[in-house]
Design a protein around this ligand. Structure first.
Ligand code: PLP
Length: 363
């Protein structure tokens, strides 16, 4: 079986360095908010070209803390792409804000910048962009809208560590950005982990307190905060793996090029990168009207695939209040997408076998 994602193999590459750094943590006797967090936050901010980074417990918390940090709440609207992973929308509704769903552009799968302005109202406070599948959102028009209507831009960068837009890294394309280091992400921990990046010192300091029981100083609580800290073990692991992120993203680009050059089946629509060197291919998503048949066929050939995602947020049982929305592009995407295996540890033999099988697929 060719795995969709071989996490063991990915982490095995870094075993020695990880073991050494974990020894350091054990030896230090210090497990939270210590040296490893400080080191990783410094390196991650450098990597994203931002002033500040803060490790938190996971990606959903990172999004939640940004919205809470800006003080958005009841009655406030936040614009968000309709085809995102549920976490983007959960962070909005968990803060009692209203998610305003906008259709994506079918060629990039990211929010359609030209569909945003008509959704802006007097209640709109922010635009949440989601750099889906590893490609940065087309920001130019969104920057103009944010300026014109005085809106914050919140990035959900959980699928796009290292991706760029016009030379700028994601994490530095808006006012604040949320990252997830869930094990399967391009930069993955060995457990749950997340981070926030920003250039806004006030927001940074507020979020740092919010994530630590609303406290800046032990036992003094200025906010009704939460406990959302990145532990020292995960910070150490992430700091090791961060050094290999660009290399691993480059390998993903090579694999995507191979798919693009060699898949010749007219039944499939291949993804395209706006800027070839900037996409980090978190997933390689093809589209076909025969999605379910293709998935079944590949399974019969021992090739594991995945669907990102089978059900749109507005069709989820948890969001009945959104069920009336008409979002034909979003629904088409959820019906037709299929993610092929892509990861920095795939072999040429695996790739060529997958391509041969796909080219032989017919209905
Ligand atoms: C993974 C992901 C998240 C959530 O991250 P967790 O660390 O699992 O909480 C948020 N948004 C998107 C787009 C994601 O892919």
């Amino acid at each position: 079986m060719i795995k969709f994602l071989d996490l063991h193999k990915i982490n095995e590459q870094h075993r020695d360095s990880i073991e050494k750094r974990l020894q350091d943590v054990l030896d230090s006797g210090w497990y939270l908010q210590g040296e490893q967090n400080a080191l990783f936050a410094r390196h991650f901010a450098q990597y994203c070209q931002t002033e500040y980074a803060l490790g938190v417990a996971n990606g959903l918390d990172a999004l939640n803390l940004i919205i809470r940090g800006y003080g958005f709440g009841i009655g406030d609207e936040i614009i968000v792409p309709a085809n995102t992973y549920i976490a983007s929308i959960l962070a909005i509704s968990q803060n009692n804000c209203t998610p305003v769903l906008v259709e994506p552009d079918i060629s990039t799968y990211n929010i359609n910048p030209l569909a945003i302005e008509e959704k802006i109202t007097a209640q709109t406070k922010a635009i949440m962009v989601v750099h889906l599948y590893g490609q940065a959102t087309q920001m130019e028009h969104i920057w103009e809208l944010a300026k014109k209507y005085k809106l914050k831009i919140i990035e959900d960068s959980a699928q796009a560590h290292g991706a760029k837009y016009k030379g700028l890294r994601v994490g530095n394309l808006g006012n604040a950005s949320a990252f997830s280091f869930y094990p399967g992400k391009n930069l993955g921990a060995l457990g749950d982990a997340g981070a926030i990046t920003t250039n806004d010192v006030q927001l940074f300091e507020k979020i740092r307190a919010l994530a630590n029981y609303g406290s800046e100083c032990k036992y003094q609580h200025i906010y009704k905060g939460v406990n959302s800290r990145l532990d020292e073990m995960q910070a150490a692991i992430l700091d090791v793996k961060l050094a290999y992120l660009d290399e691993e993203n480059e390998r993903r680009r090579e694999i995507s090029r191979y798919y693009q050059d060699n898949i010749k089946n007219p039944l499939l629509i291949l993804p395209r990168a706006y800027e070839k060197e900037s996409h980090v291919w978190h997933v390689f998503v093809v589209r076909t009207e025969h999605r379910d048949a293709l998935q079944k066929y590949l399974e019969s050939k021992q090739i594991q695939t995945n669907i990102h995602y089978p059900t749109a947020p507005h069709k989820q049982a948890a969001y009945k209040e959104l069920a009336h929305l008409k979002l034909p592009i979003t629904e088409k995407i959820h019906r037709e997408v299929l993610s092929l295996p892509i990861s920095p540890v795939m072999s040429m033999e695996e790739l060529s076998y997958i391509v041969t099988c796909i080219n032989e697929f017919s209905v």
